[in-house]
Design a protein around this ligand. Sequence first.
Ligand code: SAH
Length: 216
Amino acid sequence: MELDTFKHKRWRTEMVQKLADKGIDDRNVLDALVCVPRHLFLETMLDYMAYEDKALPISCGQTISQPSTVAFQSQLLGASPRMKVLEVGTGSGYQTAVLCAMGLTVYTVERQKELYDETIKRLSELGYKAKCFLGDGYAGLPEFAPFDRVLVTCGAPQIPEALLRQLKPGGVMVIPVGNGRQEMLHIVKQSEDIRDIKVQKFGDCKFVPMLEKLNY
Ligand code: SAH
């Protein structure tokens, strides 16, 4: 596997500086982005683009979210170290690694077997200790609930009820909701009742769709 060279570190520092200039001000998020070698989550061919603010292709026709989206979603979580977070849509594992680098205890679910296999190998080689699952994110991980935070990195047609159920009272879910294009939602579950939620909208976005069932 290719190394994290001086050149990559310089590109990465410049990328993070640009994100800070654009208004990302959660120190823990910025520090995590400085640490995680995004180019090692991509095919070598795309290495030179890894630190541009672009979504790029990964296996199975999926995409790694663009750095500003990863930074924005991570900041919206309002998480503090040691919180338990559920990520839906492991993909390349880049966002997963950023959550780990933020000091969170990370559970992540992916529905595509090929991506899941690739990504558990990559995360363990790079030393990230996320708990990875092959499964349907619509169902979440009831056996490991409740979670302090839920982060969805694919576009959901609506807010999945199972995920709301698995959130602690006072917990936060960050999720892009809509068909085709989505709106980034920040949801606070205010009590045990899943209808008792406060929803704030944070603008338009475009994610690959959240699909049902596993793909082997
Ligand atoms: N966080 C990822 C983003 C990958 S794109 C990264 O940093 O690379 C979104 C991912 O969500 C894709 O890998 C897709 O296969 C996955 N996905 C879509 N629907 C899903 C579902 N119902 N459950 C779990 N994963 C899902």
